[in-house]
Design a protein around this ligand. Sequence first.
Ligand code: F6R
Length: 247
Amino acid sequence: MNIIRVKDYEEMSRQAAAHLYKRMTAGKRMTMGLATGATPERTYDLIIEKAEGDNQSFHHIHTFNLDEYAGLDSSDTNSYRYYMNQRFFNHIDLPKEQTHLPNGMAPDLEEECHRYEDELKQTGGLDVQLLGIGSNGHIGFNEPGTSFSSRTHVVALTKETREANARYFTSMNAVPKHAITMGIETIMEAKEIILLVSGEAKAEAYDRLLSGGVDEFFPASILKKHPNVLLIADEAASRTYAGRTFS
Ligand code: F6R
């Protein structure tokens, strides 16, 4: 794992955007795995700014998001499709039909998981995957206890994750109870992974990731077995590590 510690969220986002932009403009056809949440918001802004300045098109790119809530359609402001369109896809020159998210409205969610995996396989698999991390170590919506050999699947969201995401909904009751997520094995097949960790709320997760073992009860720990992970963490997230406090 290659670790870069940076001052703050802005610097983390700059490094992530620069790294991703380089991959995105290498000219080759590529498939990118994307994340939602607060962590990558600024990274997307910075990629948009750079692409606008360079008049860069991304017709050679396919994107696959990690996850989507069950029961929310694309016009729902809390769906991840809505988030991706608003924050990223609507502002770059990338054909919408090349942007993929699981369909949380599919009549048969299990079937949708297979379809998503097949679609990903047809594009040749993930070249680079962008990840955030949950305070309980989840990646995608793979909660603690998820098998490391899982593929795209339907999950029941934990109370902890529903509470963490409730800030976007009108009430806790409105937070979906299920979602579709890429599996851990699916994520691990990406050729390269960029993991962003920012803020004090992630400090415990950062510490456990680096100082703990590889354990299904801390899903992100599997990333230590991946040959090509770039971890970019800001000071607030990485101040405490293995009992030592850094300034
Ligand atoms: C988002 C996702 C999640 C988030 C994680 C951190 O698509 O799969 O695993 O990356 O919950 O969320 P934030 O960035 O909001 O702290």
